[in-house]
Design a protein around this ligand. Sequence first.
Ligand SMILES: Nc1ncnc2c1ncn2[C@@H]1O[C@H](COP(=O)(O)OP(=O)(O)O)[C@@H](O)[C@H]1O
Ligand SMILES: [Mg+2]
Length: 296
Amino acid sequence: MRFNMMSSTMQRLNQAFGNAEDMTRILDEPRLVADVPGAKRLEVEKGSIDFEHITFRYSDAKSTDLVFRDFNLHIPAGQRVGLVGVSGSGKTTLTKLLLRLSDIQEGRILVDGQDVSRCTQQSQRHNIAYVPQEALLFHRSIRDNIAYGRPDATDEEVREAARQANALGFIDRLPDGMNTMVGERGIKLSGGQRQRVAIARAILADAPILVLDEATSALDSESEHLVQEALVNLMRGRTSIVVAHRLSTAAALDRIVVLDGGRVVEDGRHQDLVEHDGEYAHLWNRQTGAFLETGD
Ligand SMILES: Nc1ncnc2c1ncn2[C@@H]1O[C@H](COP(=O)(O)OP(=O)(O)O)[C@@H](O)[C@H]1O
Ligand SMILES: [Mg+2]
């Protein structure tokens, strides 16, 4: 069963991109959760998110190794939330559960009141955009890379998304502009350029909910600034969950949720948490403007 699902996924991806190598990183985390019979389309109008009494452990973990036990978190529509916490606190797992890369053992995840486990994964992917730490680019043109989630987009729409992602400037300076090939037989983009292409892709996809895993790799300060600005454009008007490795990123969001051992230990605005003088304040004082060494 698992194998069949894998190989049909492979086939579809191959048809789409004609190069299995491009896709190895997606397949690192194959989607092995099945739709329930009669699954409905997830319809998102506002984009509120509720984690309700979540219990979760990884399938290969001991039954006592729960990552979350009776975990609750309400995120109102349009809020931009930073997830902060030391390595192993559960930040990545929480985002994976929302993206439904694994199913939970107990509890419910609701998006605009709809239980995502009862919805089709296709409709879920359509409504929840994911920007990973390391942008995955295909060996195709820049245009195709941006339009990946919206192949029917017009050139004007693609350019507008690139502009909002602070990517249009460098793209227009490339030899073939939008038609420049990326990867193996094309040009090699810098880390900051790759991220901005990935951000343009998410802007064009225009999903109401955004999950963003901030890159831990260091960028030069100009790229850093361009990426930060692009992210602000991307998050505008979208419910956003950001795994924030840089506390300077977290500080600019509406709300910070500090996780420790799968529990919410602090929850509030940056200034309040700094004044509260707890774990977040500790991290902030120690690492102001620097990287949070989360090791992932
Ligand atoms: N694929 C996995 N299989 C088993 N356990 C995992 C897996 N990924 C993470 N974990 C465990 O889940 C807990 C939370 O990890 P994670 O969500 O990656 O934390 P963070 O992103 O905050 O560093 C840790 O105890 C980690 O060891
Ligand atoms: Mg992580």
